[in-house]
Every structure is written in C-alpha cells, then in structure tokens.
Design a protein around this ligand. Structure first.
Ligand code: 1HE
Length: 264
C-alpha cells in the first residue's frame, strides 16, 4: 500500500485496484471548507486514472460534520450559491464518474457529510455512525445535493422529519431507511468498504459504468423509457470483447462460481 499526503485535507492511498481517500481534518470533525472540497475533486480525478473503485473514509472519530460553518458564516449570497454549485460539481464527479465509490461511515455523518456519503454508490456504516441534517437548526438548507440524493435514498418524508425536528438516526435506523446498505461492528467500516470495493473492481469496467450511470437515470425515467434504455445498455455491454471473454470463461468453467448462501 503506497501512501501520499495530499495538501492536507485528504489522504490518498492506492491499494491494488482501489483508491482510498481519507477526509483529514479531524480537529474540525472533517468539516468541509472550499479548499477541502477542491482537494476532494483532485483526489477523485486522480483515483479515476489510477483505480477501478474507490473508498471514502474519515480520519478521527467522525466521518464528516458537514459544511465548514466558520467559513460559511462569512459568505455573501453569491459566494454561497457558487459554493453550493461547486459541491454539486464535485459530488457529481463521484456519483457519475468513471468508477464506483464506497463510503465507510463512523461517528457523525452530518449535513454535508451525509451529502458526500449519498454521492457514493455503497455506504457501509459502523455502529458508532449517526445521521443528521441539522441545517434547519443552523438556519440554512442542504446545499451539497442532499435534497436530490439523500431524499431519493430515504424518501422525502424521512428527510423532512430529520430537517424539521432534528431527528438523529442511528446506524441501524440508517440501514432501515436506506441511508446505508451495510452495518458492521465499530471500527470495521473501512475494512468492509475496502473488501466490497475490491470485489467491484474485479467486474467488467463497462458493467460498473452502466450500473452507476444507467441505474440512477433509469429510476428517474418513465417506465417505457427506462426499459428502452436498459435494452440499449444490455446490448452495449454484452457485445464488448471483455463480456465475450467473461461469458466464455463461465461456459468453459474457468469462472468463479457464485457464493450460494447455505441453508440451515
Ligand atoms: C466545526 C464543524 C462544522 C465541528 N463547521 N467547525 N454541521 C453541523 O451542524 C454539525 C456541527 N458539529 C457538531 O454537531 C459536532 O461537532 C459533532 C457532533 C459533529 C462532533 O462533536 P464533538 O463533541 O466531537 O466535537 P466539537 O467539540 O463539537 O467540535 C470540535 C471542533 O470542530 C470545534 O472547533 P474548536 O475550534 O472549538 O475546537 C467545532 O467548532 C469544530 N466543528 N463541526 C466548522 N460543521 C453544502 S451545505 C451542507 C450544510 C451542512 O452541512 S449543515 C450541517 C453542519
């Protein structure tokens, strides 16, 4: 595993085919400032060149306490809207980029931290993780894509509850609400996310690309349009040389079999 310090806001490591990006401002609970979000953009762009999957995790006791409120309090309305649009652009690189992303969550997954986690494709929470959207209490609104991504994950009713009442969800509630797909023991989220990312990195690149680009878009389409786009993607992926080799490997019994769940 090679380690490279970035400009300090993030750490960047390559582990085989997986890039690990660590949010690295633990004294401020990984609160994201303007420079921090740009450091994420640089690291994500690098990962797309060097890895087949990526993992986000937080250094210290928390994943991320969201927007840097100390910086935000000084902003003009123009700086505020421009800042929000930068978050959208950078988190859009994660959601609709070249590789799948896995978020390893622990401690606070709050405000913009939940928005960042929502831009990843898979979220693994350890049992210390908690989810909150305290924007209402701070007199602001979500600005990092939460009204689109987090609302699609948990549903508008739950998000409204979190934002109006300050409700904080545990890791287990988060799993029931679709905010995370896995819950693991304290301290194990990063290892689990890495294991899952390694598995995804062995898939055909084109299939992964179809999953992260086509699935969320199809969800927003009318049913018939979605079915049509699905057929295009199915044909496009299946006719690639890599798909042919993978299909032959299965037929010639060279491919690994599925792990069939054992019955009691
Ligand atoms: C911060 C931030 C921050 C901590 N911006 N400085 N997010 C929030 O409203 C969450 C605010 N944070 C908290 O509620 C708590 O810090 C935690 C529950 C996450 C962690 O508590 P704890 O006891 O471990 O830490 P702490 O003592 O509260 O904070 C340690 C330091 O981090 C302290 O600074 P210090 O100089 O006094 O040591 C805090 O001020 C600082 N800190 N969180 C700036 N967020 C794109 S729009 C997204 C909109 C949002 O994200 S709104 C939600 C913002």
């Amino acid at each position: 595993m090679s380690t490279d310090a970035d400009d300090g806001f993030v750490t960047y490591e390559i582990d085989g085919d997986v890039a690990l990006i660590g949010l690295n401002r633990p004294v401020k609970r990984n609160a994201i400032s303007d420079k921090f979000v740009e450091a994420i953009a640089v690291a994500v762009a690098r990962a797309e060149k060097e890895a087949k999957a990526g993992v986000f995790f937080g250094h210290g006791d928390h994943f991320c306490a969201g927007l840097d409120l100390a910086e935000h309090v000084k902003k003009t309305p123009f700086e505020g809207v421009h800042g929000s649009r930068r978050w959208h652009a950078v988190f859009g690189m994660i959601e609709h980029g070249a590789i799948p992303w896995f978020a390893a969550l622990h401690g606070a997954v709050v405000g913009g931290g939940l928005e960042l986690a929502s831009a990843a494709h898979i979220r693994v929470a350890d049992k210390t993780a908690f989810f909150a959207l305290p924007e209402g209490q701070r007199g602001i609104f979500v600005g990092g894509g939460g009204s689109v991504r987090a609302a699609r994950l948990m549903g508008v009713a739950r998000m409204t509850d979190m934002m109006l009442t300050g409700r904080v969800a545990s890791a287990e509630e988060g799993e029931r609400w679709n905010l995370c797909q896995y819950v693991v023991e304290p301290g194990e989220a990063k290892a689990k996310a890495l294991e899952l990312a390694r598995a995804a990195a062995t898939n055909a690149e084109l299939s992964n690309y179809a999953v992260i680009h086509a699935l969320p878009r199809i969800q927003d389409m009318a049913k018939e349009d979605g079915l049509f786009v699905e057929s295009l993607m199915a044909s496009f992926t299946a006719t690639s040389p890599e798909a042919e080799e993978r299909l032959r490997a299965f037929l010639e019994k060279r491919a690994k079999r599925l792990n069939i769940p054992k019955k009691d």
